[in-house]
Design a protein around this ligand. Structure first.
Ligand code: GUN
Length: 295
C-alpha cells in the first residue's frame, strides 16, 4: 500500500512550531523577527507567492515588510533597496523574488544580500557553507524535501537517492543535503543515459526538472519513496486545466511506498521552511539559542 506524503499537513505543523518559536524569542528576548520580501515587476505567479508569504509571515507572528517595485526598476535602485534592508535592524531576513526582470543581473542582486539575512540560502557564501557542512541558511524547497523524507523514512543512511534535475535552487542543494544524511546520491538530468534504468535503482526519487509527468510508474522501484518538486499547469483529458508534477502520480502510487502529491506535497513546505529560516537568522543575528521546537 502506498502512502500519500501529506506536505500540506506537515507544513501546517511546522508553521505552528515556528509560531511557538516566535513567541518564545518574543517573551524571553523581546525580539520580533522581521522578513522583507522584494518583488520587482508583475509576474502573476510571483505575485501569488509574495502575497502568500506576506500572509503566512504575519500569521506566525513575525513582521512582514513587502516592497513592490515596478518592472522598469533599475538594477541600481534594487541594489540600493537591498542595501537599506541589509542595514535595517528590524529586518532579519531578505528574500528577493525570482525571476527578476531580464535587465537586472540576478546573481549580483542575490549576492548583495547580507549572508546572515539570506533566508533563501542562494548567496554563494551560503551555498559554499552548505557544500562543506558549515552552519548556513539552507534553501527552502530542498530543506522541505529533506524534512518530508526523514519524517516518512526515518534514518536515510545508505539509501540510493536519485535526483532528477540539476538546478541551483533544488537539484544541487538536495543532493548535498542527502549526502549529509549518508545517502548514495546520483544526480540525473536531461542528458543522462537510460534515465528510467537509473531511476529504477532508487530507494528515493526526487523529481525536480519541470517536465510534466516525466517520471513514469515503471521507472519506480517497488517500495521506493518519491518526492515530486515539479508543478506545471496542463490541459487534462476533459479539456480543463490542472496542476501536475514531474511524476505520473497515479502510476507511482501503484508501486511506491510513498509519494508527495501535487498540489499539497512539497509546495507548502517551501514557505514554512522560509519562515523557519527567518527565525533561525534572527536568533543567529542576536546570538540567542534557536528554540528547540524548530531544530
Ligand atoms: N521564485 C520561485 N521560487 C522562489 C524561491 O524559493 N525564492 C525566490 N527568491 N524566488 C522564487
Amino acid at each position: 500500500m502506498s502512502t500519500v506524503i501529506d506536505g500540506k499537513a506537515f507544513a501546517a505543523g511546522l508553521r505552528e512550531r515556528v509560531a511557538q518559536a516566535v513567541k518564545i524569542i518574543g517573551s524571553q528576548n523581546g525580539i520580533k523577527p522581521g522578513l522583507a520580501v522584494v518583488l520587482a515587476g508583475e509576474d502573476p505567479a510571483s505575485q501569488v507567492y509574495v502575497r502568500n508569504k506576506g500572509k503566512q509571515t504575519a500569521e506566525v507572528g513575525m513582521n512582514s515588510f513587502e516592497h513592490k517595485l515596478p518592472m522598469d526598476t533599475s538594477e541600481r535602485e534594487l541594489l540600493a533597496l537591498v542595501a537599506r534592508l541589509n542595514n535595517d535592524a528590524a529586518v532579519n531576513g531578505i528574500l528577493v523574488q525570482l525571476p527578476l526582470p531580464t535587465h537586472i543581473d540576478e546573481s549580483k542582486v542575490i549576492n548583495s544580500i547580507r549572508v546572515d539575512k539570506d533566508v533563501d540560502g542562494f548567496h554563494v557564501e551560503n551555498v559554499g557553507k552548505l557544500f562543506i557542512g558549515e552552519d548556513s541558511l539552507v534553501p527552502c524547497t530542498p530543506a522541505g524535501c529533506l524534512m518530508l523524507l526523514k519524517d516518512h523514512i526515518g534514518d536515510l543512511t545508505g539509501k540510493n537517492a536519485v535526483i532528477v534535475g540539476r538546478s541551483n535552487i533544488v537539484g544541487k542543494p538536495v543532493s548535498v543535503l542527502l549526502l549529509r544524511e549518508h545517502c548514495t546520491v546520483t544526480i540525473a538530468h536531461s542528458r543522462t543515459r537510460d534515465l528510467p534504468a537509473v531511476c529504477r535503482q532508487a530507494d528515493i526519487v526526487v523529481a525536480a526538472v519541470g517536465v510534466p509527468e516525466l517520471v513514469k510508474g515503471d521507472w519506480i522501484k517497488s517500495g521506493a519513496v518519491v518526492i515530486d518538486v515539479g508543478i506545471s499547469r496542463v490541459k487534462g483529458k476533459d479539456g480543463k486545466s490542472k496542476l501536475v508534477g514531474d511524476v505520473d502520480y497515479a502510476a507511482a502510487m501503484e508501486v511506491a511506498d510513498g509519494v508527495t502529491p501535487v498540489p499539497g506535497g512539497v509546495g507548502p513546505m517551501t514557505i514554512a521552511c522560509l519562515l523557519r529560516n527567518a527565525v533561525i537568522a534572527t536568533c543567529r543575528q542576536h546570538g540567542i539559542e534557536i528554540p528547540s521546537v524548530i531544530t
